[in-house]
Design a protein around this ligand. Sequence first.
Ligand SMILES: Cc1ncc(COP(=O)(O)O)c(C=O)c1O
Length: 365
Amino acid sequence: MAELVIATSQAPRARVQAMMEYHPPLGSRDALRLDFNENTLACSPRVREVLGQISAGALTRYPEREPVEAMVAKHLGLAPAQVALTNGVDEAIHVLFEAFLDAGDELLLPVPTYTMYEVYASATDARAVTVLADADLQFPYERLLNAIAPRTKIIAIANPNSPSGTAATREQLLELARRAPQAVVLVDEAYFHFHGETVMDLIGTVPNLMVARTFSKAYGLAGLRLGLLAGPAELMRWVRRVLSPYSVNSLALACLPAALEDQAYIEWYVGEVLAAKKEFEAAVDALKVRRWPSRANFVLVDIGAQHGEFVRRMKAEGVLVRDRSNDPGCDGRVRITIGTREQMSGAIAALKETMAALREEKGSR
Ligand SMILES: Cc1ncc(COP(=O)(O)O)c(C=O)c1O
């Protein structure tokens, strides 16, 4: 049998060899999934209808994104040249970084934050400069302003942020954009629907502001991989040059108009999550577990040294939650997605059981 020899000439770029690895804990997720901040229930029934009507013939054609992009732009009150659909916000981040980050440039990030910013930055020749939030995990505004440098090329801000759930104000975001005219300020509004505040209306009036949105969270379409990037037309033309013309597939494109039209479904789902969040937070407080105020569809709780055991026991109770202990400044912290009130009453029962068991274990040591 011929031996497989990997010649050094087949090695990837040094950057890729040194790239940060990211392995989301997928697999055996047949439980209440409170670990990825997904919609925990379903997408709009209208989207299901569209999916059921897709013909085999339709799948033979390459996807055509422009008509749907124009529809999305109209929905957002923007011009088609200001909006690009992407294969999830992840692709928007990837493409933006590929388009703008050069050797010697800096990506400025408040941390802890969404992991993929650093992952995609590590594939470029730019350097990630991180600004750690205080223990309250509030947006480290003043320190971010002070960290702006001539080589700052992108400032990426998840708003609301994950895993903290805290948010920056519109004024803070605008001031950052003003103070870093040489940089693109990316505001990632993945959790916009739960927060209700946006800077999307400023697209085109602030020359260096870009906004990303996803259909993976409130819309319940994480499996379709659908996101968008909005920005001034002059910046979007460079993004489009890097973006694959077919990265958003035809199933996603077919479903998007129905998803957008059914705003009543989004309002219902968001209302359900916000009501469930109140109940869940009250239960966390009653157990005297520290938590951070959240503007999104998840809550970060401080479990302390027993965080690993907490996640294992919650799983045994049928509830998946996400250990964020490896995030900067997050040792012992666990992020719990909020679902519907019915789902969360099950999660509250699991939380009570788990905390009682952990406290007993700790007491008996
Ligand atoms: C802040 C933030 N941005 C982007 C994403 C990914 O979005 P998408 O599924 O559209 O790639 C996530 C997912 O967890 C997120 O938390």
